[in-house]
Write a protein that binds this ligand. Structure first.
Ligand code: CO8
Length: 295
């Protein structure tokens, strides 16, 4: 409640100016000190009725790598947007270059099996998939590793023509840990999911559309405005029925997923018991090819 109700809203002119459809949208950013302050994301309400929450991942220097703090901010923002009675849908987006280039490798590089297993490392990421309100991913540029997984946690993915989706974890000695091995196969089928997870090679937005991973491909500059437009359409319906409809579609999609996710999480944690995981991430941080020893 405190989030939007007690606060003065102000027009975020810079954000509006960057949208091709700017005249149609009003964008508001929180201006009060009582609002949560964010370091790695920008949270706005957009749309003619300001009823679409927009979370913009904003760590440009690291291509929006999903550090722990960023994902905690996303969780907080979703908590608040979920409580906001005006908001009928949420858009998660990044920059034109990167939706997100994965979990933050530099943050993970010195983790150990006992630490990640004992602390249930990054378990809070699943907040996105548990949001009661519809969440639309608007993906421009790289959606790799955890970035691709974050997009897949959303209900609908819209892609810019320049988007690239991939699960490159294998190249740094680990495996997807936030749903990549489980959700991808449900969208693109076993053969393509295996190819993506085992080679680490990304697919283009156009391939992703053909495979059913994304519902539409759009010019990069129109992407966010189109996602907000879709959010407005959803928000125009009964919020209660929308929640029920979302829950019902998710049921069909998620049956048996939970067991798969637990299995995946434990296996992901286990890669931190290997030498090759340490070597792969160290090599990335040191900008050199990895020297894997199969140990
Ligand atoms: N983590 C940390 N930093 C990153 C990451 C990342 N994932 N991606 C890019 N960066 C940083 C780079 O290190 C670089 O920083 P600096 O300027 O300080 O050297 C900066 O962002 C720009 O990157 P590049 O110079 O590499 O930019 P390029 O345009 O040359 O290349 C790429 C772009 C191809 C995206 C390249 O950056 C890349 O390959 N990134 C890594 C992609 C990757 O491997 N992602 C998977 C990470 S592992 C993961 O996501 C596991 C998820 C598990 C979730 C578990 C939940 C329980």
């Amino acid at each position: 409640m405190a989030y939007f109700c007690q606060n003065i809203l102000k027009i975020a002119a810079s954000s509006i100016a960057s949208q091709s459809n700017s005249a149609r949208f009003a964008a508001y950013r929180l201006a009060s000190t009582a609002a949560p302050s964010y370091q790695h994301i920008i949270v706005e309400k957009q749309g003619a009725k300001t009823n679409v929450g927009v979370i913009t991942l904003n760590r440009p220097k690291a291509l929006n790598a999903l550090c722990d703090a960023l994902m905690r901010e996303v969780s907080t923002a979703l908590d608040e947007l979920e409580l906001d009675k005006d908001v009928g849908a949420v858009v998660i987006t990044g920059s034109e270059k990167a939706f997100a280039a994965g979990a933050d490798i530099k943050e993970m590089v010195n983790n150990t099996f006992s630490k990640v297993y004992g602390g249930n490392f990054l378990n809070h990421w699943n907040r996105v998939s548990q949001c009661k309100k519809p969440v639309i991913a608007a993906v421009n540029g790289y959606a790799l590793g955890g970035g691709c997984e974050l997009a897949m946690m959303c209900d609908i993915i819209l892609a810019g023509e320049n988007a690239k989706f991939g699960q490159p974890e294998i190249a740094i000695g680990t495996i997807p840990g936030a749903g990549g091995t489980q959700r991808l196969i449900r969208s693109v089928g076993k053969s393509k999911a295996m190819e993506m997870c085992l080679t680490g090679s990304p697919i283009t937005a156009q391939e992703a559309e053909k495979l059913g991973l994304v519902s539409r491909v759009l010019p990069p500059k129109e992407l966010v405005a189109e996602a907000v437009k879709m959010g407005e359409k959803i928000a125009s319906h009964s919020k209660l029925i929308v929640a029920m409809c979302k829950e019902s579609v998710s049921q069909a999609y998620e049956t048996t997923l939970q067991e798969g996710l637990l299995f995946e999480k434990r296996t992901f944690h286990t890669t931190f018991a290997t030498v090759d995981r340490k070597e792969g991430m160290t090599a990335f941080a040191e900008k050199r090819p990895p020297n894997f020893t199969d140990s």
